[in-house]
Design a protein around this ligand. Structure first.
Ligand code: FMN
Length: 191
């Protein structure tokens, strides 16, 4: 199983990208998580419906669409910016949502986690992101994983959540995504 990890942060030392690496280590043996190259999100221009309607998508949009289409599931890790998701992530999702009928996120199994340096672990951003993904037609795992005080949430010696309960919750979160995607795959194979 191929899981694509998308971090909503472009920051080199992003806690959310680190959270994706922590999730990667918790996948079953037959699953692999690849983190989307942040240069793809960085290169996506501001959404323009005229460019979209022209049928010639910017190369970075095509790269993102292909990365999502090739994945069995997508795990998003989002920071919280002003109680919502970062504009760079929303902009990218707006691009891949059109045309809606052929969006690679339609029917795709997705899950959302989030880390913030504050006390609430990006809970509002995670809720917003689940809402946006549902609007696009993704099959969203109905769970949240708020990682608060993110600067101190990881073990010093690696990309592992220091709190054992949180580590367990991340494992359960990832397992729920893999189970959902396995079920979808089995349904498709039977069709
Ligand atoms: C523009 C901006 C707005 C932010 N707004 C919030 C917020 O509403 N709630 C919150 O908990 N943290 C907020 N933060 C702090 C982020 O949680 C923190 O920068 C976090 O580390 C970003 O994630 P990253 O480490 O993956 O880059 C904000 C940060 C920025 C730059």
């Amino acid at each position: 199983m191929r899981v694509l990890g998308i971090s909503g942060s472009l920051r080199r030392e992003s806690h959310n990208t680190r959270l994706l690496r922590a999730a990667s280590a918790l996948l079953p043996e037959d699953a692999e998580l690849t983190i989307l190259d942040p240069e793809i999100l960085r290169a996506i221009p501001a959404y323009d419906d005229d460019i979209q309607a022209s049928g010639v998508a910017p190369y970075a949009v095509t790269a993102l669409r292909e990365a999502i289409a090739q994945a069995d599931a997508v795990l998003f890790a989002t920071p919280e910016y002003n109680h919502s998701i970062p504009g760079v992530l929303k902009n990218a999702l707006d691009w891949v949502s059109r045309p809606l009928v052929s969006s690679p996120l339609r029917g795709r199994d997705v899950a959302v986690v989030g880390a913030s340096t504050g006390m609430f672990g990006a809970v509002w951003a995670q809720a917003e992101l689940r809402k946006v993904l549902s609007a696009i037609g993704a099959r969203v795992v109905d769970r949240e994983l708020p990682v608060m005080l993110a600067a101190d949430a990881f073990s010093a010696d690696g990309d592992v959540l220091a709190d054992s309960d949180q580590h367990e919750q991340l494992a359960e979160h990832v397992a729920a995504l893999v189970e959902a995607a396995s079920f979808s795959g089995a349904l498709q194979a039977a069709a």
